[in-house]
Design a protein around this ligand. Structure first.
Ligand code: SF4
Ligand code: FES
Length: 260
């Protein structure tokens, strides 16, 4: 049943990448518990605009849990208090009347703040560009079932493909590691027959790009799995590590003589 609550927000405000940020407190009165978290911020922003103040910048696109743009750190947790929920699908009924809510951007060296709560996540795009593709012709929609895929592998590939690139795993990791994201993208293609031709190169190239972007290393905290709104599991990291080790052992630079 719809209720209305009053909450106090402590929001990270930062004019640009170079500026020093700080928390600013705003009251959000009479918030419907049926509102999404982003809708609540929209109302706060309308109030700021009416007062002639700068609205709070947030990143969002689909508002349906698909695009991954809306990752905010809410009371210290990426995407807030509900498991397997993106910020855009989080509702204000998850909060209490009178609650204080701290809202911060994802904090990682590889995700510089652009403004307020919006960070530059293009490092994740560059990891995908390094190898997250296939060259095998797959035909069009009517050819979808032409290549048989074992059911168990198809299911695992589908689970890995659920990653929306939100960066919550990075935000949750004490090392700001992007291993869960990279592993999901590598796993998805490594499990399908169409992904086999570039499988080894893909693992090597994507891990190298991940390191180049300044993400930290995995030290098995498991916080990434707990924070992931799409339920990506640590098994994907194990699969990526296996492929990466194999790829590193078998790699020969172009033009090098083969064999040991
Ligand atoms: S693995 Fe999960 S938390 Fe990490 S980017 Fe993908 S969906 Fe987001
Ligand atoms: S706005 Fe697209 S996942 Fe939240």
């Amino acid at each position: 049943m719809e209720k209305h609550i009053n909450v106090k927000l402590h929001v990270w405000r930062q004019a640009n990448r170079q500026a020093q940020g700080r928390f600013v407190t705003y009251d959000a009165p009479n918030v419907s518990t049926e509102m999404s978290f982003l809708e609540m911020l929209d109302v706060v922003n309308e109030g700021l605009i009416k007062k002639g103040e700068d609205p709070i910048v947030i990143d969002h696109d689909c508002r349906e849990g698909i695009c991954g743009a809306c990752n905010l750190v809410i009371n210290g947790r990426p995407h807030g208090p509900k498991e397997r929920t993106t910020t855009c699908q989080l509702h204000m009924r998850s909060f209490e009347d009178g609650q204080e809510i701290t809202i911060e951007p994802i904090r990682a060296e590889a995700f510089p703040v652009l403004k307020d709560l919006m960070v530059d996540r293009s490092a994740l795009d560059r990891i995908i560009a390094a190898g997250g593709f296939i060259s095998a012709p797959t035909g069009c929609a009517c050819d979808a079932n032409a290549t048989p895929v074992e059911k168990q592998k198809a299911d695992l590939a589908f689970d890995a493909a659920a990653c929306i690139g939100c960066g919550a795993c990075v935000a949750a990791c004490p090392n700001a590691s992007a291993m869960l994201f990279t592993a999901a993208k590598i796993s998805h293609l490594a499990l399908l027959p169409q992904g086999q031709p570039e499988r080894m190169n893909r693992a090597r190239a994507m891990v190298a790009q991940m390191d180049k972007e300044g993400f930290g290393t995995c030290t098995n905290h498991g916080e990434c799995e707990a924070a992931c709104p799409k339920g990506i599991t640590l098994d994907t990291i194990a699969r990526m590590n296996r492929d990466f080790i194999k790829a590193s052992i078998t790699y020969r630079p172009e033009g090098a003589a083969g064999g040991f």
